[in-house]
Each structure stands twice: as structure tokens, then as C-alpha cells.
Design a protein around this ligand. Structure first.
Ligand code: C2E
Ligand code: MG
Ligand code: MG
Ligand code: MG
Length: 292
């Protein structure tokens, strides 16, 4: 929200903030309604692909709010408000329920692909989370290891004692954990040393700058190397160009996600895309590298 207020004069600061917080309250009241309907909060889905074969390695669920008056809202417009409200629990359950509905549909089509759901770090402070997730998996008959929970490490470090139990319970159930936006937190490595995870997602900012920043390229290379050494999967986020794709392959990265492959798409499109990816040969999916 600081990006939106834009005013730099101290005199207008308070009124801007008041207006902003009044609007947040209105938004939260509207969210309460949206959580009761079935068509306002929708998931779009973005596959990640294996860089060598083009096969889908997973699909990430991303929330959108089709607001009746405000138009289409992306997470940046409302997630922060939800996280700081008493509706985070209902919101998290709603997203998980929608995501598992999608995943359950794939099983019916013979697609065996994990679905990734983004969790707000704060929801890991709720000791009821593991049993709620267990219940949802059971209700949708989705095996626990088909669910990947994406968490960002920044907020979490300060509360690590508290969330240790929640994360251990989730791991014991067989749910997979991914560190999202890896490298952007203040304590990424401490987080990795403490929490057993299955996957690292290299933040888009490094992928974006990799081409002209030796620093960014080194960060990607070392993240990929470390992931391999630790036996973790690694996925590069935000890949937009063929040049980025080949650079990632050269750095040893094996999986990627981004507009270059797929933009997030509506739930009713995803099964057809996954089916066609599964049927195609690798060379049909991704053009061969010039040097390959
Ligand atoms: P994220 O988990 O790091 O998701 C990646 C974001 O990058 C998504 O933005 C996606 O649409 C976008 N993206 C994917 N490929 C590209 C690309 O090639 N180029 C560019 N420029 N962007 C790309 P989105 O959907 O706006 O989500 C933003 C953030 O909001 C997510 O970042 C995630 O942290 C959070 N979020 C999304 N859905 C949920 C949710 O259901 N619950 C919670 N708690 N957070 C969510
Ligand atoms: Mg994510
Ligand atoms: Mg991310
Ligand atoms: Mg990111």
C-alpha cells in the first residue's frame, strides 16, 4: 500500500492513511461476503515444467478476486489486509478447499501432478492448521504428498519456535513444503538449516537480472547447487524469455515457471494443457537449445 499512496508530503500522510484504512475495513467486510459465495474468489493455475523434457512438474494455485464493483483484484491488492485480519483462517481454508477440488479432478483424469498452494506465514501460527489440512485432504481424497505448501521464510523466522510444531505435523502427514521467493528473506539459510523442506523456488528478481548481473547469476547458480546437494527440487520463478531458459539450464536448474512457458490460467483450462503436455514428446514442447 505504500506504493499506492504515492504522496510524499508529511501533511497529507495521516489523511491518506486514514482513507486507506477505512478502505481496508470496507474491503474486509466485502471479503467476508466473498468467502460465502462461490464465484468471487477464484484460483488461476500456473504449471511449472521440467526444463529438459517439458513435462509438468507441478501446478501453482494463485488467488484472484473477481470483485463485483472493484473489478479483478490480484493478491497484492488484498492479501496484506487479509493477513492482518481475523479472516485469515477462513481465507486459507477457502483456498485449500478450491485447490484440492482442482487436484481431485485431475486424479479422475489420470493426471498425477502435485498442486502448490501459497500460505501466508501467519497461518502457520495456527495450531489447528495441520488437522484442517488433513481433514480437507481426506474429504477430497487427495494424497498428502500431492499437496505442496509454499511458504516465504521472512516473517516466519521470528516465530520459528511456534511454527516448528505446525510444520513438523504437516511433514509427518506427508505434505510437501516449498520455500517461495528463496533468497529474498533476511534469513533464508538459517531457515533452511532449521526446517526440512522439499523444494526451493528461486525468486523472480534473480532470474530477471541474471543476464546482466554476475551477482544475480551467482545467486541462482549457488541456490541450484545447494538445492541439489541437499536433495531438494529447485524451480526458477518468473522465466519470461528463451534466453533466461537457456541460462537456467546452463546453471544446472532443472525446473521453471513463468510466462515463457505458461501464464496463470483458469481452472477449466488446466486439465487440457496438462493432458497435452503429458502426451507430447519433449521436442514438441520446448524448442531444442541452439547448442543442444
Ligand atoms: P508467488 O507465490 O511468488 O507467485 C508468483 C507470482 O508471479 C504470481 O503473481 C504470478 O502470477 C507471477 N508470475 C508468474 N510468472 C511470471 C512471469 O513470468 N513474469 C512475471 N512478471 N510474473 C510472473 P500473483 O498471482 O499476483 O501473486 C503474487 C503473490 O501473492 C504470490 O507470489 C504469493 O506470494 C501471493 N499469493 C498468491 N495467491 C495466494 C493465495 O492463495 N494465498 C496467499 N496467502 N498468498 C497468495
Ligand atoms: Mg508461490
Ligand atoms: Mg514466489
Ligand atoms: Mg516470487
Amino acid at each position: 500500500y505504500q506504493a499506492k499512496s504515492g504522496g510524499d508530503s508529511v501533511a497529507t500522510y495521516d489523511s491518506t492513511r486514514d482513507a486507506a484504512s477505512t478502505d481496508q475495513l470496507a474491503l474486509l467486510a466485502e471479503l467476508r461476503e466473498a468467502l460465502q459465495t462461490d464465484d468471487q474468489l477464484v484460483l488461476v493455475l500456473q504449471p511449472a515444467v521440467d526444463l529438459a523434457t517439458g513435462a509438468p512438474t507441478g501446478v501453482e494455485a494463485l488467488i484472484r478476486w473477481r470483485h463485483p464493483r472493484r473489478g479483478l483484484l490480484s493478491p497484492a491488492d488484498f492479501i496484506r489486509a487479509v493477513e492482518n485480519s481475523d479472516q485469515l483462517g477462513s481465507f486459507t481454508r477457502y483456498v485449500l478447499d478450491k485447490a484440492l477440488t482442482v487436484a481431485a479432478g485431475w486424479a479422475g483424469e489420470g493426471l498425477d501432478i502435485p498442486i502448490s498452494v501459497n500460505l501466508s506465514a501467519r497461518s502457520l501460527l495456527d495450531p489447528r492448521l495441520p488437522s484442517e489440512i488433513a481433514e480437507a485432504l481426506c474429504r477430497h481424497q487427495v494424497p498428502a504428498d500431492r499437496l505442496v505448501l509454499e511458504i516465504t521464510e521472512t516473517v516466519v523466522m521470528s516465530e520459528l519456535e511456534v511454527i516448528d510444531q505446525v510444520l513438523s505435523a504437516l511433514r509427518a502427514m506427508g505434505v510437501q513444503l516449498a520455500v517461495d521467493d528463496f533468497g529474498t528473506g533476511f534469513s533464508s539459510l538459517s531457515f533452511l538449516a532449521r526446517v526440512a523442506v522439499d523444494e526451493l523456488k528461486v525468486d523472480r528478481s534473480f532470474v530477471l537480472r541474471m543476464g546482466d548481473s554476475p551477482q544475480a547469476a551467482a545467486i541462482v547458480r549457488y541456490t541450484v547447487g545447494m538445492a541439489h546437494e541437499l536433495g531438494l527440487r529447485v524451480v526458477a520463478e518468473g522465466v519470461e524469455t528463451a534466453a533466461q531458459r537457456s541460462a537456467l539450464t546452463e546453471l544446472g536448474c532443472t525446473a521453471a515457471q513463468g510466462y515463457h512457458f505458461f501464464k496463470p490460467m483458469p481452472a477449466d483450462k488446466i486439465a487440457a494443457v496438462l493432458n497435452s503436455l503429458a502426451r507430447q514428446t519433449p521436442t514438441n514442447v520446448l524448442p531444442l537449445r541452439a547448442d543442444g
